[in-house]
Design a protein around this ligand. Structure first.
Ligand code: AMP
Length: 225
């Protein structure tokens, strides 16, 4: 299958993590999820991890230099293995995007498609406060749209589910502000490059996946021409 690197965008709570998970399971994409990589660093208990946790719990963005370093190894590994990548939460601003473009170019690869999952802010806040994540296997649930079979327990590994500290209301407002100021300008740039698709994400997980999968096969068709 033709390699296709896809970046998923969308405001916090728009379902990037869920769609990325489905793409991994059904289409064999390799994930590069900066939030997960940063949370993994926090888990090691390193000084860097503690620094990251303080920033992340406030809902602010982690400095580019730290994120780039953490993401870089993963990108190299996936490209080296010839796998299609789904970027989730990265890049977050134009500086990170240009860094990624350079990194992919050096690896004789490219960013082939960007998808923005669009949803209004009230719906997003409702979604985020009902989101629960598994600290162990990283599965994502939602008490309204995708509840676990047993309350508070992960379907996949039986671990107790958590509300992320950055899904608390104060952190949520900071994250929206960051999204508007940092991430939206990037979408204009990607639009100009002709690789941005906008998808109405106020639909079921399956329906959104169908549209994402269609955008992927259209783009694969274009690339193979
Ligand atoms: P996420 O899991 O993508 O919602 O990210 C959770 C938090 O991790 C964000 O609010 C930021 O504090 C941090 N983070 C994740 N990805 C990035 C990134 N690419 N650049 C800066 N900070 C990030």
């Amino acid at each position: 299958m033709l390699v296709l690197n896809l970046a998923l965008f969308g405001p916090p709570g728009s379902g990037k993590g869920t769609q990325s998970q489905i793409l991994q399971e059904r289409l064999g994409f390799a994930p590069v999820a900066s939030g997960d990589l940063l949370r993994a660093e926090i888990k090691t208990g390193s000084p860097l991890g503690r620094e990251i946790k303080t920033i992340m719990d406030r809902g602010e963005l982690v400095p580019d230099a730290i994120v780039d370093r953490i993401v870089q190894n993963q990108v190299r590994k996936c490209v080296g293995e010839g796998r299609s990548i789904v970027f989730d939460g990265y890049p977050r601003n134009l500086t990170q995007l240009h860094k990624l473009e350079k990194m992919l170019e050096e690896l004789q690869s490219d960013l082939h498609l960007a998808i923005n999952l669009e949803l209004d802010e009230d719906t997003l806040v409702r979604r985020m406060t009902s989101r629960r994540v598994c600290p162990s296997c990283k599965s994502v649930f939602n008490l309204i749209t995708h509840p676990p079979r047993r309350e508070g327990i992960c379907d996949n590994c039986g671990e107790e589910l958590e509300l992320r500290p950055d899904d608390q209301p104060d952190a949520i407002s900071t994250r929206f502000a960051e999204y508007h100021s940092q991430t939206e300008p990037m979408l204009n740039y990607l639009g100009d490059q002709g690789i941005l698709q906008r998808i109405d994400a106020d639909q079921t997980m399956e329906k959104v996946h169908e549209m994402v999968a269609d955008a992927i096969s259209d783009q694969r068709g274009q690339l193979s021409r």
